[in-house]
Design a protein around this ligand. Structure first.
Ligand code: 18C
Length: 253
């Protein structure tokens, strides 16, 4: 049973605050639309290879090369009890808490606040031996997609997409390119006593998709070993972080 809730007003992403006159407006809308199109929460086993399963979490990849570089797209689905999709997306987007859950980071710096729902971030990742350290510059956009019926469910999403910025000049790092999306749906089991929902009545369906181009050579075996370990670790650690962070807070629908 899916019950639709109106998202709490005045939270980033509840209504679009990105201005249509901003130079990123078209790009952001196009990337968001592309991710929504492929957010079926189902994975075609004929195309995707499972690399990790743990409880409700399933992580898949497709081996792919571009110009001699490993760019394996990654997809994961997960189901988490006790939190909403809005909460998961809120913490994924909120740069101020990123260092608390993101285990691959050395530093993160917001180079532009574009609007209430969009920021541009420059972040440096931990170096992996024997490769050059990586950094990334990307816009991060949070959005609520209001559902109308069974065919267009209510969703929250965050997209992280590589861009350039004057305040994020090339450094000693190799710059990666990414196209990452987290898309969430919230299921609420109606209470038999008709009382307001509690966290026990919530289940959040998560779909995470990542395309990362390493930007320069890295040993394929090291690269594949790193992402095989890091994506499941991230999904576990991040969802646990949100569960802990929200446990004593009112539900953010
Ligand atoms: O989505 C996630 N986090 C978001 C906020 O940070 C954001 C980040 C995307 C990840 C971009 C990848 C950056 C390269 C990382 C270098 C490796 C660091 C490993 C450090 C280990 C201690 O959207 C959650 C992402 C969590 C998983 C990230 C792992 C990605 C590995 C991809 C491999 C390609 C990079 C090539 C580097 C060479 C390494 C051998």
């Amino acid at each position: 049973n899916i019950i639709r809730h109106t998202p709490q007003a005045n939270t980033p992403g509840a209504t679009l605050s990105l201005s249509s006159s901003h130079k990123l407006y078209e790009e952001i809308n196009a990337v968001v639309a592309e991710h929504i199109k492929y957010s079926g929460f189902t994975i075609d086993d004929g195309v995707w290879e499972a690399i990790h399963e743990e409880g409700e979490m399933k992580v898949y990849r497709r081996e792919m090369e571009e110009d001699g570089m490993i760019v394996d797209p990654l997809k994961a689905v997960h189901c988490v009890k006790g939190i909403t999709g809005h909460e998961l997306c809120h913490y994924f987007w909120d740069v101020s808490v990123r260092m608390e859950w993101e285990g691959t980071l050395e530093s993160t710096n917001t180079v532009e606040v574009v609007s209430d729902d969009t920021v541009i971030t420059h972040q440096t990742h931990k170096r992996v031996w024997p490769t050059t350290q990586r950094d990334a510059v990307f816009w991060s956009h949070i959005r609520h997609i209001a559902g109308n019926d069974e065919n267009s469910p209510d969703m929250w999403m965050v997209c992280n997409y590589s861009t350039d910025h004057d305040k994020a000049q090339p450094s000693k790092c190799v710059r990666v390119k990414m196209n990452v999306a987290m898309v969430c749906e919230t299921m609420v089991t109606p209470r038999a006593d008709g009382k307001p929902s509690t966290r026990e009545d919530l289940t959040c369906r998560v779909q995470y998709a990542a395309y990362v181009n390493p930007g320069g050579w890295a040993p394929p075996s090291v690269l594949r070993a790193v992402y095989k370990r890091e994506y499941p670790k991230f999904l576990k650690r991040f969802t646990q972080y949100v569960t802990n962070a929200t446990a004593d807070k009112p539900i953010m629908f």
